[in-house]
Design a protein around this ligand. Sequence first.
Ligand SMILES: C[S@@+](CC[C@H](N)C(=O)[O-])C[C@H]1O[C@@H](n2cnc3c(N)ncnc32)[C@H](O)[C@@H]1O
Ligand SMILES: [Zn+2]
Length: 425
Amino acid sequence: MASASATVSIHRTAFSPPFQFQPGWRAPLPLRCTHSERGVSFDPGSAFYRSDSAPGRDLAVLAATLHRQRRLDPSSPFLCLDVMCGSGIRALRYLAQAGADFVWANDASDALRPVVVANLSRFELPPSDGQRRWVVSHLDASRLLAERYLRREYFDVIDVDSFGSEAEYIRAAFLALKIGGLAYLTSTDWRSARGYGGKCSLSSYGAYIRPVPYPNEIGLRMLIGGAAREAAMLGFHIKPVFSYYASHGPIYRAMVQLCHGKEDDISNYYGFICHCKSCGQTQTFGFDELGQISCGCADRADATSITVVGPLWTGPLHDASSITEMLNLAVEWGWAYTSENGIILQKLLDTMIEESDPRLPPGYIRHDEIARRAKVNSPPLGTLISSLRKEGYAACRSHIGANAIKTNCPISSCIEIAREIRNMR
Ligand SMILES: C[S@@+](CC[C@H](N)C(=O)[O-])C[C@H]1O[C@@H](n2cnc3c(N)ncnc32)[C@H](O)[C@@H]1O
Ligand SMILES: [Zn+2]
């Protein structure tokens, strides 16, 4: 990582003197517009930039926009902090699309300064009142966030788009966030998520992870669980607005809202997930059930068939009403049905709405696993889901895996239903 320097320019409202707009400041000449995301042009220059991550940025902009409209005091300036900004594309999109009044774009690398400043300059006309709507700095994330907290400069949205695990920044981000604000968290620590980084997941997220058949959902639950624990330590609780797994990277992202007060009982949504290799059943267990973890299948005597992971987030992955509003906004803006990097937002958000059903337990079952256990050819995924629903179970696709089903139906009944579809019962 490049060394952090305290190069900071410009700002808008109640920020401290070192960040005042300097008279005589002139915007650098715009770079060539080589890229565009949803109509916003920019040049990533030498910054780390992946167009595959555009859907993750779309989701953030939709959620931030709705938060701006719905927050308790909509007349106060809407402030966004892009902690690891790279080219500044997120900062730019929060300004241009989410209606941010002020955006702080930071990246530890001061070599990126011309790129970020040129991209943000393109958005804004020269200042008329000596104040601008953005600032660029080159501080280490922890220092930046700690300084904002010490100066009581709280933000509505804080976006931390790190490489690896960002667990070390979660608490610092919460401290610099307004209560009710949104933190957009990222992890690319797939080794931990998939159970090959036990020590790392323990030190980062306080969770012990071993391989289970739905590792990428575990990655999201590890990230949200870590955030829930950090919030609880500070006397708050969180609500996931959405969580999103993207296979490039792979990347685990969660937009969480920081809410006032501790959850009455954090263990409602924070506990252990148990998978039985022998029968394929997944169950959740609370802290008060730690001594009773077992599976009811015939192989219960075989302790090696049971894998327990946690503690991690066991509640819903998204908030259905927020996602519904995001989908409506995407439709209104003409974003819903166009494919950006192969992702159609309407399909993604529809799946997320279904995944938000509070009856659905953690995990998913691969549809070929059901077929293998039932000893039948795989029934079509859609047919299996509607049959499960007809039997009164919650069932849907998973946004994480194309061939996976989330359901509260026990695996033994899934097998029966698969056989019935194939007329084998
Ligand atoms: C994944 S890239 C950011 C990409 C960008 N947010 C986007 O959407 O295109 C991560 C960035 O974090 C910066 N970075 C790494 N460690 C940092 C730290 N401790 N503090 C601040 N920035 C850091 C890197 O220089 C890099 O530009
Ligand atoms: Zn079992």
